[in-house]
Design a protein around this ligand. Sequence first.
Ligand code: GLN
Length: 286
Amino acid sequence: MKKITIAWLYPNLMSIYGDYGNVLTLKKRIEWRGIKTEILEINFDNTIKLQKVDIILMGGGQDRQQAIVVQDMLNNKRKILQEAHQKGIPGLFACGGYQLLGHFYHPLCDDEFNEFNPANFEKKMSSFKFTPGKGADIPGLKIFPQYTIHYGNKKPRCIGNIVTEINNEFQTEINKISKPVTTLVGFENHGGRTYFLSGKDKNLGKVIKGWGNNGEDETEGIVSNNFLGTYLHGFLIKNPHVADFLISKALEIKYGETKIQPLDDSLEWQTHEKVKDLVLNKSKNF
Ligand code: GLN
């Protein structure tokens, strides 16, 4: 019987805002297709198991937790994650997990506010510190060509429901395995704002309503090979097309399958459309 192994990174520290729902969604959508699943909880100890997984999931976390896990990621998991990324292993990194795959996450202090330059900053970056009230000051894994800045109380926290339009290139991938739905829905809650180091063509979506990566350039998330980064929480259950993208890539790499059996997931699609409608045409209290 076929089996898909899902790695869930740092379940106790990095699964804020219900991100375990992403694990459950994949597990059910794989098992409904008659395929066995195994969920591997990867913490500080069992890194070696990460070499044999078919899908990688990581949720979000507070700045303090990010400063804790990033040390282990850089010291023990970076090479394996880089190899998985290059091999085309599918992965979904949400919010705090997404930020850690970039180049760094830095709380901007007053004297940097006006003339901050990421290129100069990277050379100085070496700390792994969390300062209460200041946030995390941490280097990232440099898998995603991005960096994250936290502006403290100079800019509002990015909180709320969000709808984005999938970027064209990724939409082509979606249309091969799912209904040609062009939107993504979810909710976001992050202080960090993420910027591309070069070119924005890798964004997962374009913001229709909400904050997205930084509330400025209308980008949300990233698509990098088959690794996806996103600020959207409550994600895969309401976006079955992305769940099936991850599953289809895992089946393709492991078993050479290019087709994925459709499911009766009308309820999930109704949820997607309802959330989209509430966000875009919402009454003020949604
Ligand atoms: N701590 C990060 C931030 O505030 C990520 C938050 C999250 O994972 N929801 O931006």
